[in-house]
Design a protein around this ligand. Structure first.
Ligand code: PRP
Length: 196
């Protein structure tokens, strides 16, 4: 089988947030967290998979002691927009009872994912819980969510790179990019010689 994955440069329309701008803002967010949590030991919870790049860069700018943990969520269906339609596919390893929790997400769009994750975690009685998000696509919001640390507000564009994917690919790019969807061809698997 051969996996055909188009090179992103063929459909790259613009780089919305370049690497240096992204890193500078992440360092600023980390500074706010350093200040706000001085004397505390927060637990940073990354929601997989998109949040992973952001988390790993963010913690490199932290000077306060902290821990990290991960959880995975699956959203259902094509529109996947009805509230209640997420499923926890991987739970945290740590108990969050009496902990200061910071939820780390790559993007908030409709807000359903984060609001349900908050509901799920609040019953576990953390001492506090805050949301830290890199990209806020506010124009798409359907439910209100409290955001304590916000990297950038972005317009209603489809974006990829830096944790966000194009059908699973190009999460590794160090910048946030906008694709030209007219030039984009989804990955295909063809019968034939093994290439990978
Ligand atoms: C993205 C993102 C958020 C969610 C935001 O995840 O990481 O979790 O969508 O959308 P919402 O505010 O409309 O709920 P996605 O489902 O693309 O999964 P991934 O992180 O594994 O790529």
């Amino acid at each position: 089988m051969t996996r055909m994955v188009q090179d992103y440069r063929e459909y790259l329309k613009e780089i919305l947030i370049p690497e240096d701008v992204l890193q500078q803002r992440i360092a600023e967010l980390a500074e706010e967290i350093n200040r706000d949590y001085e004397g505390k030991v927060p637990l940073l919870v990354c929601i997989l998979r998109g949040g992973v790049m952001f988390l790993t860069d963010l913690v490199r700018y932290l000077r306060i002691p902290h821990e990290i943990d991960f959880m995975a969520i699956q959203s259902y269906g094509v529109g996947r927009r009805e509230p209640g339609e997420i499923r926890l596919t991987m739970d945290l390893q740590s108990s969050i009872r009496d902990r200061h929790v910071i939820l780390v997400e790559d993007i908030i769009d409709t807000g359903h994912t984060i609001s349900q994750v908050l509901r799920l975690l609040e019953v576990r009685q953390p001492k506090s819980i805050r949301v830290c998000v890199l990209l806020d696509k506010r124009a798409r919001r359907e439910v209100d969510v409290p955001i304590h640390y916000r990297g950038f507000e972005i317009p209603n564009y489809f974006v990829f790179g830096y944790g966000l994917d194009m059908d699973g690919y190009w999460r590794n790019l160090p910048f946030i990019a906008v694709p030209d969807l007219n030039k984009y061809r989804p990955p295909r698997t063809l019968p034939g010689e093994e290439k990978d």
